[in-house]
Design a binder for this molecule. Structure first.
Ligand SMILES: *[C@@H]1O[C@H](CO)[C@@H](O)[C@H](O)[C@H]1NC(C)=O
Ligand SMILES: *[C@@H]1O[C@H](CO)[C@@H](O)[C@H](O)[C@H]1NC(C)=O
Ligand SMILES: *[C@@H]1O[C@H](CO)[C@@H](O)[C@H](O)[C@H]1NC(C)=O
Ligand SMILES: *[C@@H]1O[C@H](CO)[C@@H](O)[C@H](O)[C@H]1NC(C)=O
Length: 307
């Protein structure tokens, strides 16, 4: 335990490592035989990069990411007024995106086998609406993603506190399905129809999706890679660098990356009421990630992902 403790001191930025150490020492050391087991089991494939990056927080994110076109004027009202919106950046990637519109993002994902230093935390699920291409630094150039609110698996203190430390509004929630990214709708007329839903236990926030596979390629894969890899913030004090990999075995095997189209219904901050979007385009995929937590946002000036 001593050797581990001194090694872990190198990872002061990672809430996962720190909290895991705290949990591991209190749980393993004081009650070694009473480790609480997760009561439901995910069918997700294992984290394929844990052994390549043993000293980083890694995991997999299985689920759906989709683009919610909203009026740029509405985006301007929702995103804190001190931050600009880098319209040129998203128009460079999506030249034919409708005039006067802005691409908000919905993510509904299951975090699986999240670990660092051989400590694994229980799986959890999270969903929310995010706002990419935000000029956090005011340099007119670097794109950040503002992710102000998340519905997250109730009772998962590590994940909820970890997100809360960014200033994220976190809503402990129940999910359907409980331990996986989405589930098939039986006997659906459309092909490959799946559902996902989340409901806050303590307030009225909720988010649900219904997606079917489609042949239409509304947005290029490079656009999804771009916004998922933008450094992410909530209150802007620190930034989260999540590096999403689209090229590991979990993305390539099985169903691979699927194009989907469907409906999203959400009642979550910063929207003031429930919204429903139909004909929404997105991707359904599993992806591995490396996460570097609580970094200085300033250190991302000029950041470009390497994918
Ligand atoms: C992602 O989740 C879906 C739904 O649970 C599952 O069918 C699929 O196998 C998962 N993908 C991987 C690569 O684990
Ligand atoms: C892994 O963590 C170290 C230390 O925090 C960091 O310097 C490095 O960039 C991380 N690796 C990746 C691939 O992000
Ligand atoms: C996203 O695309 C913009 C515009 O091309 C680019 O400036 C930025 O570096 C990209 N962001 C990432 C994380 O790759
Ligand atoms: C996957 O992409 C990452 C980031 O671009 C790169 O570092 C890595 O070498 C790639 N891996 C494979 C197997 O192509």
């Amino acid at each position: 335990m001593h050797a581990k403790t001194s090694n872990l001191q190198y990872f002061v930025f990672s809430f996962l490592s720190l909290l895991m150490l705290r949990y591991a020492s209190s749980t393993y050391l004081s009650t070694p035989n009473q480790f609480v087991l997760n009561t439901c089991t995910s069918i997700d494939q294992p984290n394929p990069i844990a052994s390549s990056y043993p000293n980083n927080a890694t995991g997999t994110l299985n689920g759906t990411i989709a683009v919610l076109p909203i009026p740029l004027k509405l985006a301007r009202k929702l995103i804190p007024s001190q931050y600009g919106i880098l319209e040129n950046a998203y128009r460079t990637l999506l030249p034919s995106f409708p005039e006067g519109m802005y691409p908000a993002i919905v993510q509904a994902v299951h975090d699986h086998e999240v670990q660092a230093f051989g400590y694994k935390i229980d799986d959890f699920t999270r969903t929310g609406i995010e706002f990419p291409f935000v000029d956090l630094l005011g340099d007119g150039y670097t794109s950040f993603k503002w992710a102000p609110s998340l519905l997250m698996t109730a009772g998962h203190e590590i994940a909820i506190k970890g997100a809360g430390a960014y200033g994220t509004n976190t809503f402990p929630a129940s999910f359907e399905p409980g331990c996986d990214a989405y589930r098939s709708v039986p006997n659906s007329k459309k092909s490959g129809t799946t559902y996902f839903s989340a409901r806050s236990l303590e307030s009225s926030e909720s988010l649900s999706t219904l997606f079917s596979t489609t042949e239409e390629e509304m947005f290029p894969l490079s656009f999804f890679k771009n916004f998922t890899n933008q450094p992410t913030f909530a209150d802007g004090k620190t930034c989260d660098n999540m590096i999403r990999l689209f090229n590991t075995t979990v993305s390539a095997q099985g169903k691979g990356v699927e194009r989907v189209k469907g409906t999203v219904r959400a009642n979550i901050h910063p929207f003031s009421k429930e919204h429903e979007w139909r004909g929404i385009h997105g991707l359904r995929l599993d992806s591995a990630f490396i996460e570097n937590n609580y970094l200085s946002c300033e250190s991302f000036r000029g950041y470009t992902s390497h994918e």
